[in-house]
Design a protein around this ligand. Structure first.
Ligand code: NAD
Length: 249
């Protein structure tokens, strides 16, 4: 019996990096995964690789009409949604002085509006069955406010706050839906390589020295736990996963 056996899980930005690792972990532990991404090709490749009835769909998270269509498709095919991983993201290297309003809106449309829309449209479907677990991918940027990633940090801060707002609302309305945010430090994915302008490198397994980036599997293990009923008492939490970087003096 897998840890998320019988659950239907939707992952956004599932074609790459952390999202792809989340899809793999969820499918391995028995979930039927709806792998979505703004680009269909990588989502198809991930769905093909993880199997277990995975379905690939194109979804631009900043587009409300696409969210509505994806939820209708999931309801028609599976009749339920148990897990939503709001993972899709982009990065912009610019401090506040160098960020244009257009760039700020672009980053926030994907990472702030996208998470809002995902939660808004998943909750009614989750409520039709046994409730569910919403996992919102934030960042240590939400806690530290990285100067060089200004719009990114602002969007991730919004994700942190909306997560708590949704968790409390669900409790107050008697919904069996938990909502938590995940705050990774640097994890070796195409996004970090782009942000830092360097070539991919392999990350060693095992105990990592300070400053070493983590592996997507490190975050996927936490996402899997939050998706499973093992974490039933964790709600509205901000789960930092950064090898201690944010607590170092
Ligand atoms: P990645 O670039 O490897 O993957 C991001 C995915 O999001 C891509 O598949 C991309 O196509 C998709 N995407 C982009 N715009 C989209 C849109 N409008 N709609 C749907 N999908 C879209 O990046 P990653 O490192 O795997 O990042 C995944 C998440 O984790 C992001 O939210 C990121 O901010 C967060 N995060 C990453 C790190 C890290 O160090 N890698 C640290 C903290 C938080």
């Amino acid at each position: 019996m897998g840890r998320v056996e019988g659950k239907v899980a939707l992952v956004t930005g599932g074609g790459s990096g952390l999202g792809a690792a989340d899809c793999e972990a969820l499918a391995r532990e028995g979930a039927t995964v709806v792998v979505t991404d703004v680009k269909l090709e990588p989502a198809l490749a991930v769905a093909d690789r993880i199997g277990n009835g995975a379905l690939a769909m194109a979804l631009d998270v900043s587009d409300e009409a696409q969210w509505i269509a994806v939820m209708q498709e999931i309801e028609a095919r599976f009749g339920r949604l148990d897990v939503l991983v709001n993972n899709a993201g982009v990065v912009l290297n610019a401090d506040v002085e160098d960020t244009t309003l257009e760039q700020y809106r672009w980053v926030n449309a994907i990472m702030s509006d996208g998470v809002f829309l995902g939660c808004k449209h998943a909750i009614p479907l989750m409520n039709r069955n046994d409730g569910g677990s919403i996992i919102n991918m934030s960042s240590t940027g939400a806690l530290l406010g990285y100067p060089i990633f200004f719009a990114y940090s602002a969007a991730k801060g919004a994700v942190r706050a909306m997560t708590k707002s949704i968790a409390v609302m669900c409790q107050e309305k008697g919904y069996k839906i938990r909502c938590n945010s995940v705050h990774p430090g640097a994890i070796e994915t195409p996004m970090v390589q782009t942000a830092e302008g360097r070539a991919p490198q392999e990350v060693a397994e095992g105990v990592l020295p300070p400053g070493t980036p983590g592996h997507p599997k490190d975050v996927a293990a936490l996402v899997l736990f939050l998706a499973s009923d093992e974490s039933r008492f964790i709600n509205g939490a901000e789960m930092v996963i950064d090898n201690g970087v944010t607590i170092r003096p």
